[in-house]
Design a protein around this ligand. Structure first.
Ligand SMILES: C[S@@+](CC[C@H](N)C(=O)[O-])C[C@H]1O[C@@H](n2cnc3c(N)ncnc32)[C@H](O)[C@@H]1O
Length: 253
């Protein structure tokens, strides 16, 4: 754990709620640690003294978190606010979730769906001291299996790197996303198809629109992640989504 005094860096608030910019030898972004003294994945921990209080900031690594890469690449909004309920599909070990947990704070909650039990082991450890993280070991393709555990949420984030991830997002949005709720989708071209990234991303964007999502932003995650893109949108018409999904199921059955 590396702790530096606030003499050698300055802190500014970012336009994204509860995200901070640390200006020092190298600028970086960070979130305020809601579990002081505990770090999760070897991240740099900085201490700052302000108004007689000590704040701990956990540096948010864009090479380990696609959301951090999008913030550093200048995304307009990540659609996350303190107190939000978030459904995270493809939680993995919980690196990004740990920072979202700082952002939404103790009044918010993150439900992390992960089907690999080896990844979920670390996620469970994270949830043992971060009470706003709820890990669920399940396949995100089958939301009925965990429907009883999750309320309606403000934001759904999906990072499963699967060919059918837009369908996975659509079915989970139908069950869990509030009207007008935000969605964040990360796309990795080589995990979806072997065609050129541009064509593939365009096809995925088209598919999102066909399910009734309005899209606000598309941002590349280069140079932090090769051939990756992050898309932010919202669900504007759940009835349309329902109709499209039933059509889709009929076609594929
Ligand atoms: C690229 S990693 C996610 C990394 C994570 N978002 C982060 O930033 O820390 C993708 C994860 O999705 C999980 N995954 C893939 N398909 C899934 C599915 N259908 N249901 C649940 N988890 C899935 C994989 O096991 C893997 O851990």
């Amino acid at each position: 754990m590396v702790v530096k005094q606030n003499k050698i860096f300055s802190i500014e608030t970012h336009r994204h709620a509860n995200v901070y910019v640390i200006r020092g030898i190298e600028d970086c972004i960070a979130t305020i640690n809601i579990t002081p003294g505990k770090i999760f994945c070897g991240e740099l921990l900085l201490k700052s003294f302000f108004n007689d209080r000590i704040y701990e900031l956990r540096v948010w690594n864009p090479f380990r978190s696609k959301l951090a890469a999008a913030v550093l690449n200048g995304i307009d909004s990540i659609g996350l606010l303190p107190g939000n309920k978030v459904l995270y599909l493809g939680a993995s070990t919980g690196t990004t979730i740990s920072h979202i947990s700082d952002i939404v704070g103790t009044k918010g909650c993150i439900y992390g769906i992960e089907y690999s039990s080896s990844c979920a082991y670390q996620l469970f450890h994270l949830s043992s001291y971060r009470t706003n993280v709820i890990p669920i070991i399940e396949d995100a393709r089958y939301p009925l299996r965990y429907k009883m555990l999750i309320p309606m949420v403000d934001v759904i984030i999906i990072d499963v790197s699967q060919k059918d991830q837009i369908e996975i997002l659509a079915i989970n949005s139908l069950f869990f996303l509030k009207n007008g709720g935000n969605v964040i989708v990360t796309l990795k071209s080589d995990s979806i198809d072997a065609i050129s990234p541009e064509i593939l991303f365009a096809k995925q964007v088209d598919k999102l629109r066909k399910f009734g999502f309005s899209l606000f932003e598309q941002i590349t995650l280069e140079p932090y992640e090769r051939n990756h893109m992050l898309i932010r949108g919202k669900l504007s018409d759940p009835v349309f989504l329902f109709n499209q999904l039933t059509r889709f199921t009929k076609l594929t059955n």
